[in-house]
Design a protein around this ligand. Structure first.
Ligand code: ZN
Length: 462
């Protein structure tokens, strides 16, 4: 089954858009760095999973088998700290938040990956890989730690474009005394009795974070994989270290043939961070807004660019979906055969094949909606639904869409809730928030009038 339309993807390693060709077209392999499960994830953490869900959907349409792995990091110092702080066993933290993560991802309409490996289920493979690295001179043991010897791998820094001398100069002054070089990184570290640990040739300890992904991707996808994806914040040092470990453990074989990195999400122009108090958790957003609106917003920008999240942008996404669902509602009498996979219109497919240009694909979807409204037919409806499906959009019955909270301009309960929130914001003199709510109401097609007797609202004519 040769690809119908060539796919081109930007490779962070070559810094070029390259025509994609898998090593084995009968089994395409994709690995995405998953979460460290110690807390709820925020919407920024969902950008990669949504974007690469679209990529995997696209690949599945081109190749008979795609094996997609997204790992769970369930051993980490942040997990240990959270368990200590809450006074609960580590397993309680990891099982709770791994489950929450799966629910959040499913809530965003992300298909379950084929493999979801847990780091703690791969300790044997990790130890084996570390032994190989020690055996071939790329790692060394020191004071219960095992470190990767960065000097032993001259290509180190190729992905992130940093050279080792620069890294040494930039390293913090306090370098662990057991390290040969400040750039050497931990593969294994000793655990005190209260910390999780496994017996190893170097004593009871636990793996470093980077080696987990190298070991899990080799275990499930093979020594050379087609695509390794993740957020651009993981490019250095995580991905750089993964390349060094995997290449050196596998006799110089290429680790990942394509490296794909998604840009970061900002919130109203600022970095999303706990200290700024602007962290938006996925599970909370899913309670407030229709999931397709969140998904649409995450796909509205090109994946390699930074993307800004705002209340106004959510309102805009809802309004866009309202428009598309209105067309589908008008076409509800037209039957489309959904027993077969729906066709993906050529121009929309071409946009996705062009380095996953989702903004262009969404523009094409709008054109398909316009076309279906102007010239209703089964083919036009099928094109709209098929185009939506590959993006994970327009998956609901239009009636369901218009009834759900936030999804409709005629949802009185939702309007009242927003008006109440706006009153509270104004009372607290948070005018930016009040304006944002007004914007959201406008986008929903609601006109508000502030008068002496309070605020009146009505539905604007479209
Ligand atoms: Zn990783």
């Amino acid at each position: 089954m040769p690809p119908a339309m060539p796919i081109s993807l930007y490779n962070s390693l070559s810094r070029r858009i390259e025509p994609f060709s898998p090593l084995d077209p009968s089994r395409v392999t994709v690995y995405l760095c998953g979460p460290t499960v110690y807390n709820y994830v925020h919407i920024g953490n969902a950008r990669g999973p949504v974007v690469f869900d679209v990529l995997v959907k696209l690949l599945r349409r081109h190749y008979p088998q795609v094996v997609y792995a997204r790992n769970i990091t369930d051993v980490d110092d942040k997990i240990n700290a959270a368990a200590l702080e809450q006074g609960v066993p580590i397993g309680q933290i990891t099982s709770r938040f791994a489950q929450a993560y799966r629910e959040d991802m499913a809530g965003l309409g992300i298909a379950t990956p084929d493999v979801e490996p847990y780091a703690t289920a791969h300790i044997g493979e990790i130890i084996e890989m570390i032994q190989t690295l020690i055996g071939n001179g790329h790692a060394y043991e020191a004071e219960g730690h095992v470190l990767f010897d960065v000097d032993s791998y001259p290509a180190y820094g190729e992905l992130s474009g940093r050279d080792t001398d620069e890294l040494i100069a930039g390293a913090r002054v306090e370098v662990a005394p057991y390290k040969k070089s400040s750039t050497d990184f931990v593969l294994w570290k000793p655990s005190t009795p209260e910390l999780p640990g496994w017996d190893s040739p170097w004593g009871r300890g636990r793996p470093g974070w980077h080696i987990e992904c190298s070991a899990m991707s080799a275990a499930h996808l093979g020594e050379t994989i087609d695509i390794h994806a993740g957020g651009v914040d993981l490019q250095f040092p995580h991905h750089e270290n993964e390349i060094a470990q995997s290449t050196c453990a596998h006799g110089g074989k290429t680790f990942a043939r394509w490296w794909l990195h998604n840009g970061m999400l900002t919130f109203e122009g600022r970095k999303m961070s706990k200290s700024l108090g602007n962290v938006l958790h996925v599970h909370e957003l899913l309670k407030m807004h229709p999931h397709e609106a969140l998904r649409l917003l995450l796909l509205r920008g090109h994946y390699r660019q930074p993307l800004d999240w705002s209340e106004a942008a959510i309102a805009q996404a809802i309004s866009t979906l309202d428009g598309w669902y209105r067309v589908l509602r008008e076409l509800s009498d037209i039957t489309v055969d959904t027993t077969q996979p729906l066709p993906v219109p050529g121009r929309l497919e071409a946009a996705l094949c062009d380095d996953l240009n989702t903004p262009q694909a969404l523009a094409e979807l709008s054109l398909l909606a316009d076309a279906a409204r102007q010239m209703p037919s089964a083919a036009a409806k099928a094109a709209l639904l098929g185009g939506g499906a590959v993006l994970g959009l327009l998956q609901q019955d239009p009636e369901t869409w218009f009834k759900q909270a936030g999804g409709s301009e005629v949802n009185a309960e939702r309007v009242e809730a927003l008006l109440e929130e706006r009153r509270a914001a104004r009372a607290a003199r948070d005018f930016a928030r009040a304006d944002a709510i007004r914007g959201e109401l406008t986008a929903m097609g609601v006109v508000i009038e502030d008068g002496v007797q309070g605020t009146r609202w009505s539905v604007a004519k479209h």
